[in-house]
Design a protein around this ligand. Sequence first.
Ligand SMILES: Nc1ncnc2c1ncn2[C@@H]1O[C@H](COP(=O)(O)OP(=O)(O)OP(=O)(O)O)[C@@H](O)[C@H]1O
Ligand SMILES: [Mg+2]
Length: 1213
Amino acid sequence: MQKIWKLYLILEQCILNSTGDYVWLDLKTGREFEVPIGAVVKLCDSGQIQVLDDEGSEHWISPQNATNIKPMHPTSIHGVEDMIRLGDLNEAGILRNLLIRYREHLIYTYTGSILVAVNPYQLLPIYTADQIRLYTNKKIGEMPPHIFAIADNCYFNMQRNNKDQCCIISGESGAGKTESTKLILQFLAAISGQHSWIEQQVLEANPILEAFGNAKTIRNDNSSRFGKYIDIHFNKRGAIEGAKIEQYLLEKSRVCRQAQDERNYHIFYCMLKGMTPDQKKKLGLSKATDYTYLTIGNCTVCDGRDDQKEYSNIRSAMKVLMFTDTENWEISKLLASILHLGNLGYEARTYDNLDACEVVCCAGLSTAAKLLEVDSKDLMNCLTSRTIITRGETVSTPLSIDQALDVRDAFVKGIYGRLFVWIVEKINAAIYKPPSRELKAVRRCIGLLDIFGFENFTINSFEQLCINFANENLQQFFVRHVFKLEQEEYNLENINWQHIEFTDNQDALDMIAIKPMNIISLIDEESKFPKGTDTTMLNKLNSQHKLNTNYIPPKNTYETQFGIQHFAGVVYYETRGFLEKNRDTLHGDIIQLVHSSKNKFIKQIFQADVAMGAETRKRSPTLSSQFKRSLELLMRTLSVCQPFFVRCIKPNEYKKPMLFDRELCVRQLRYSGMMETIRIRRAGYPIRYTFVEFVDRYRVLLPGVKPAYKQGDLRGTCQHIAETVLGRNDDWQMGKTKIFLKDHHDMLLEIERDKAITDKVILIQKVVRGFKDRSNFLKLKKSTLFIQKTWRGYYCRKNYSTMRAGFSRLQALYRSRKLHQTYHVTRRSVTQLQACSRGFMVRRAFRHRLWAVITIQAHTRGMIARRLYARLKGEYRRRLEAEKMRLAEEEKLRNQMSARRAKAEAERMHQERLAQLAREDAKREKKEREEARRKKELLEQMEKARHEPVNDSDMVDKMFGFLGTTNSLPGQEGQAPAGFEDLERGQAQLEEEDLDEALPLPEEDEEDLSEYKFAKFAATYFQGTSTHTYMRRPLKQPLLFHDDEGDQLAALAVWITVLRFMGDLPEPKYHTAISDGSEKIPVMTKIYETLGKKTYKRELQALQGEGEVGHKKNSVRHKLVSLTLKKKSKITEEVTKRLTDGEYTVHGNSMLEDRPTSNLEKLHFIIGNGILRPTLRLTRELCNTLADKISLRDRFGFSLYIALFDKVHVDTH
Ligand SMILES: Nc1ncnc2c1ncn2[C@@H]1O[C@H](COP(=O)(O)OP(=O)(O)OP(=O)(O)O)[C@@H](O)[C@H]1O
Ligand SMILES: [Mg+2]
């Protein structure tokens, strides 16, 4: 054993400390309710271990503190439905299991047959009709843990086994006992399936009980202040037949006193909220805040509770349970009187040196008296004085204010306590039908015990003693049951269990209530003893039990509390008020007062007391003995039942969902007695597996063991595994269907299994990883090869193409160089040839020129010499003539005068003539020099012009200038430019022609094209007398008809321009010498401008009407001119004159331009109008017309015609 334990520890450490492992972390804070917390290992590489606990806190564990962590059993990691199966069957294991399930809203968990229910503090969707159906007729464990599973098992066990069942629901206040009870009741009502009246009555009993017995406390908004046992009776068919309710220990003190933030019983608040004003008036009631008994806790409302609605529920439930209206009213009267009594004001007085008091608030007193139907004086006396009988005499002694208050409170508690008892009896009267003899055998019942759990407050009083006494009893019952179950299991499985021991609480129970001179009997005795006080009672307890291990006496004589070692821990009880509470008797005066009442109801509830005489009353059973008796009765009832246990756990003190207070839960687990189950289990064989489970779980420990379903001898296999792993002689046992193990066996098996599985896992991992890596490697290799292949191919191809390109370049270079060389050689030869040829030609030309120059020079010199000779000769001749003339004149004059004078005169005249000659010579010389200078200048100009850039327009002007710029009249065009000299001849010929005559028709083709003849077209479409022949005059109207006046005008303008182009009309006279810059604007732009003129139409109209009016001629002309093109005119004076004379002014159609235009501009104008005004249709007609003229006139004109025709042809198509 020792060896195994050591091995276990070693292995434990071995399997620890790997990341992701779950461990138990013992923080060792030393707190009472601190247990190890579950944690997961986060880091364990650096020597220290980092863990994250269940609450989300991180901890670092040093190697020295390694014992603080223990490995977690696999069953604890994710939680189990039945905690008995936990490997870590301890408080920490249970707590963690509850915690992880609670976080998943799984509030129910089993511990064997016990159901642990953690209060969710929220409505979960697990109580629906569907859920009820799901859980009906199922075994425990078949479905997830649920309160319905318990209820269902109760019901079907009862029916199957024909045995009474009970369900013991325990837990702290607010843990959910009452809710669980109601859920069971609801389930039973649902599956018994009758929906009978009685069933309804049973269900409706709860609201009434809760109204009178429940109150808001700081722990629970609907805390049951009494214990109850509901016995539900079922008939043979399993339908609810009736029920009986037993109540235990109502907390009567609450009627008079409540802790801070707590309320009195619900019924008071409901009544004050729900009653009509009329009813309240009759009872003299107002609102809750007006009553001392309702405001001591400073709380009159309860969140989430509608008192008014509750009141109507209570009233209807009371109706269902046969409460008559009178009874209801009487109950209300009693409750109202309680409230009024609570409001009584007392004042201290002293009578005959005795402390006395008086009630000062008489209104409340009289109302209370009226409601109780007693005399108010009697009531007053009762509340302020006491009657004592001494030696047969009745003496009334006043009560001190404190005593009086106690009496009042005792009276009030007496009324309420008895009222509660009466109500329970009344309910029982409605729902309980005592069985007849024959029925008794067939009637079965299910008892539901909703009783306060173990209590241990800072100050515990008599009530806590009773409550804890009850819990000791229940624990005893529970332990015996659990042990019995264990025994049964061992018996069933043929396990030797004799040596299994367990500790139960029998000793404590003996000391409290069983053995002679027990604590309860001592308290009872002292209560009856006239001189008994709480101190004498404590002394007696001390002397009697001080040696008992379960008794803890006070430390000194001043202390008033003693302690008891309960199963759930030590509780110290404060003895002050013990006896009074235990006596629970009302003073004779009060009973007398009640007796004197005219109210039957109050008499009825005090019936027992009234019936007793004063002496019997004194001997009447104390509270503890009553409680003990009812408890014995209860235990007896329970002992014949098959029990189920529900342990309710409150997860936090704040009534909040999803909040889990570990220490609070540990405390409840400890007090719930659940650990007893565990202890009993631990004492025996806590771990048990069915053979199938065992084989399937641990077959890995032995090689070659097949799964359970393939096993023939499961038991043998189990035994074999256990013997091999655990050893033959260890304390484990084989049952009939299960194998029974101790904790350490399980741990050892688990560790071995873990190791074996780890080995297998490693093997599998090894193989899988090998396979994975191999296949990965092969994949990678394949991919790599592919990439290499592709890359190499690509690289080589790239290299090849680069090299190829390089070679091509090289070739190209080589070839080019070769070509270059050849070219250069050739070029040089050619150049040489050229040079030689040119040299030759130049020399030849030079020679020719030289010859020419010499010839010219010779001729010129000859000419000059001849001219000089001629001049000299002329001069000589003139001188000779002058000499002759002198002689002649001298001769002539000799006749008239003397010879000498005649000679002188003749000489003078001769000299004059010589001077005249000399002047003429000088003049001629000057003229010649002038001429030479002019020629020289012209030459220079020409030379300069040669080097200037040529302008299109100027070039055309230069080329066509001869047509009309210098002289526009036919035959006066001037000198043709170089290259067009041949035109001169044509012109010369033309000069002989009669231009006014129609031009001869072109020769007809052989083919008859008359249909398409222009002549025919003209004859058909031309307006007026116009024929197809070219006319050198401006038109009076357009050749063709145009709708649009603009088009008409444009047609006329075009015709004028055509005439000018053809040189048949002179250019307009020079308009202005100042350039307006218009010549620089492109002609097309001007056309666009002209077409877009707004005044166009008006101008035309003006023009149309202008013909007759001679004096407006100029302005009309002006307008027409505005439609044509403008340019500086070089028109001659003559032409201007002719124009102004109106030679060319034809009616309405005379065209004047105020500037001449170049032929190119004219051409642009004509073509532009043709393009932009398709309606003009000047295309063919114009071309044909022009053709007639142009073809005859010159080569250039013809080429122009072709160009025009092409353009027009394209446009018209
Ligand atoms: N199963 C449940 N589902 C939802 N809420 C619940 C459940 N059980 C209990 N509660 C909540 O907890 C509150 C307290 O429950 P309950 O009155 O049953 O406690 P108790 O154990 O009877 O307490 P006390 O001992 O004071 O009577 C209920 O009012 C309810 O709000
Ligand atoms: Mg309750």
